[in-house]
Design a binder for this molecule. Structure first.
Ligand code: G3H
Ligand code: 13P
Ligand code: ZN
Length: 312
């Protein structure tokens, strides 16, 4: 099987009450850790690439890594997705370069501008058989070079979603319900609570339509502890409680984005080896530990949070 779009996987996820994990990839070990888990658990998977990842690893290298996964598991549904495409040009370049799905993120622009740019991407993407994710509402946190302060974040307005989807023709919609990017999502001592009321309003307005959740890392405390015990300094790193992600996965949310958890997994493995074995200098030794952690956290997400195991 070649790389697939998300159309079929989202339809099955919507009907089956589970979600597909969209994991950010930046290097070979991360790709392999995700792939090992998805292949072993027979889970469909979305591998997503940010502009920063393209800059770091280069488009062609990332494509070849993802193609290598396909050669390991030719029948596994795998989509290659552009994460947070800032404008038409980067979306076009990914569409022309082999991606099966792109996100156009004009969520920080005024409503009509967001619609105009999204529509332009949708028209081009659909003419090439590629699907498009768009966004309404603004998440806090850092995406590439754009930092949105918590005070400037805004929840999605359910009364806007129908018009947005109708006018743009997008295939899925990312919404803001209280998640944010990065490892510091909530203040210590507070009770993290996503706005499920907003999600349910959106669901009612768009029956059958796939919703996307960004900023959905849960910031596993075992990795934070390992990092801090091995020379790191991550203070008050707090993520989205997994029971709330499970609840989201059972709803219209068909795609759940996870990046920070993989970064924590990789860093915990690397730090642990370097501290425990100060004489180690073979990158394979410490990257192997990072890769194993990535595999274990992805396996946990697929099995215990997303519900996508065995759905390939
Ligand atoms: O949404 C943001 C993702 O975590 C990608 O982060 O732009 O640093 O690659 P990045
Ligand atoms: P996290 O920072 O919560 O992993 O979010 C990742 C994301 O939304 C990528 O688009
Ligand atoms: Zn995101």
């Amino acid at each position: 099987m070649a790389l697939v779009t998300t159309t079929e996987m989202f339809k099955k996820a919507y009907d089956g009450g589970y979600a597909i994990g969209a994991f950010n990839v930046n290097n070979m070990e991360i790709v392999q850790g995700i792939a090992d888990a998805a292949i072993e658990l027979r889970s469909p998977v979305i591998l997503q690439v940010s502009a920063g990842a393209r800059k770091y690893a280069k488009h062609n290298y990332l494509i070849k890594l993802v193609e290598a996964v396909l050669s390991e598991a030719p029948d596994l549904p795998i989509a290659l997705h552009l994460d947070h495409g800032a404008d038409f040009e980067i979306c076009k370049s990914c569409i022309d370069g082999g991606f099966t799905s792109v996100m156009i993120d004009c969520s920080s622009k005024p409503f009509d501008e967001n619609i105009a740019e999204t529509k332009k991407v949708v028209e081009y993407a659909h003419s090439k058989g590629v699907v498009v994710e768009a966004e309404l509402g603004t998440l806090a946190g850092i995406e590439d070079d754009v930092k949105v302060e918590a005070g400037c974040a805004s929840y999605t307005r359910p009364e806007e979603v129908e018009e947005f989807v109708d006018r743009t023709g997008c295939d899925s919609l990312a919404i803001a319900i209280g998640t944010s990017h990065g490892a510091y999502k909530f203040k210590p001592g507070t009770n993290p609570q996503l706005r499920f009321d907003v999600l349910h309003e959106v669901e009612k307005k768009l029956p059958g339509f796939p919703i996307v959740l960004h900023g959905a890392s849960s910031v596993p405390q075992q990795f934070v502890k390992t990092i801090n015990e091995n020379g790191g300094s991550l203070k008050d790193a707090i993520g989205v409680p997994e029971d709330q992600l499970r609840e989201a996965a059972r709803s219209a949310v068909c795609k759940i984005n996870i990046d920070s958890d993989l970064r924590l997994a990789m860093t915990a493995g690397v730090r642990q080896v370097l501290v425990e074995k100060p004489d180690a200098f073979d990158p394979r030794e410490y990257l192997k530990a990072g890769r194993a952690n990535v595999k274990s956290i992805v396996a946990h997400k697929i099995t215990d949070v997303l519900g996508s195991a065995g759905k390939a």
